[in-house]
Design a protein around this ligand. Structure first.
Ligand code: AMP
Length: 294
């Protein structure tokens, strides 16, 4: 089998915009998949979905400094451009947009989007400024790429909710598509940060998914209160060695805590060693046959 041709690597906003406009003149729709690189099967699933929606796919690879609130996390974030480019080539991605920080922020970060209440809880509380950074870079990528569709993972549940809200509030002219979380065989959500876990931490980290599934069982099979179910997940993760930032059961749209629901989202953030992981699961009082696969 012959290798597909290499994606075009674009490093400037001006060139990306010119490419995008040329595609549009030829009536080709463009899907954008924003990433920070260190691509894994979760990102590749996003690329597959992008290709189902549009004739052209752009993968952006940019470790965005403004969404990191800890410089050590930014410095240690994995950067694997050559391997990423080869993965994109195998997936027949058309363009990799890989700008420098100077290209994206030529005058520093002066103008930012302030997201509002949906960004203040959970991740927003533990990572001040994070979602303003995410919203701003996503808007900048949209302005550079002018995509018809943009694809994001449900793995970052609050991020997806924030982006949907920003797209609505700012009339961003792209359809936002969410993709279910891709997991390792033991249930750990794939993440570029997983490579920083030691073997022991890696084994302990799969407790997050196991405990969230136990919460689903407790919800359907017992009369335990929502708070008891939430506390069960806290206990399980703490017993495995994880340090909890939050375990919450929330309305899937507003992200406000709820107790009385037919469907809710469980959100978890916990640190193993120095590696902070987030995950989430849809909880259903009356679980559908797809329960457990996300
Ligand atoms: P990141 O490179 O971590 O910023 O992620 C880029 C995109 O990939 C985001 O939309 C993430 O939600 C998505 N993503 C990350 N991990 C996964 C996963 N395990 N399954 C599905 N999507 C993911």
């Amino acid at each position: 089998m012959t290798m597909p041709s290499a994606p075009k690597i674009i490093r400037s906003v001006r060139e990306l915009r010119a490419w995008s406009r040329a595609q549009r003149l030829e009536h080709r729709r463009i899907a954008l998949v924003p990433t920070m690189g260190a691509l894994h099967d979760g990102h590749l699933a996003l690329i597959d979905i992008a290709q189902q929606h549009c004739e052209r796919t752009v993968v952006s690879i940019f470790v965005n400094p403004t969404q990191f609130n800890e410089s050590a996390d930014f410095a240690s974030y994995p950067r694997t451009f050559d391997v990423d480019a080869a993965q994109c080539q195998r997936r027949e991605v058309d363009v990799i947009f890989a700008p420098t920080a100077e290209e994206m922020y030529p005058n520093g970060s002066r103008t930012t989007i302030r997201v509002g209440p949906i960004a203040t809880r959970w991740e927003g509380e533990h990572r001040p400024g994070h979602f303003d950074g995410v919203a701003t870079i996503v808007a900048k990528l949209f302005l550079a790429c002018e995509p018809d569709v943009a694809v994001f993972g449900t793995k970052d549940f609050q991020q997806l909710a924030v982006i949907r809200q920003v797209a609505l509030d700012l009339n961003l002219p792209a359809d936002i598509v969410g993709v279910p979380t891709i997991r390792e065989p033991d249930g750990l959500a794939m993440s570029s940060r997983n490579v920083r876990l030691s073997n022991d931490q890696r084994q302990a980290a799969c407790t997050i998914f196991r405990a969230m599934n136990e919460a689903q069982h407790l919800l359907t099979d017992t009369s335990q209160s929502i708070e008891d179910i939430r506390q069960h997940v806290v206990n399980e993760i703490e017993m495995s060695g994880g340090v909890i930032d939050y375990v919450a059961i929330v309305d899937p749209v507003t992200l406000e805590p709820i107790e009385d629901f037919s469907e809710a989202q469980m959100l978890v953030a916990a640190t193993f060693g120095t590696v902070r992981l987030i995950d989430n699961l849809r909880l259903r009082r009356d679980p559908s046959p797809t329960f457990g696969v996300r």
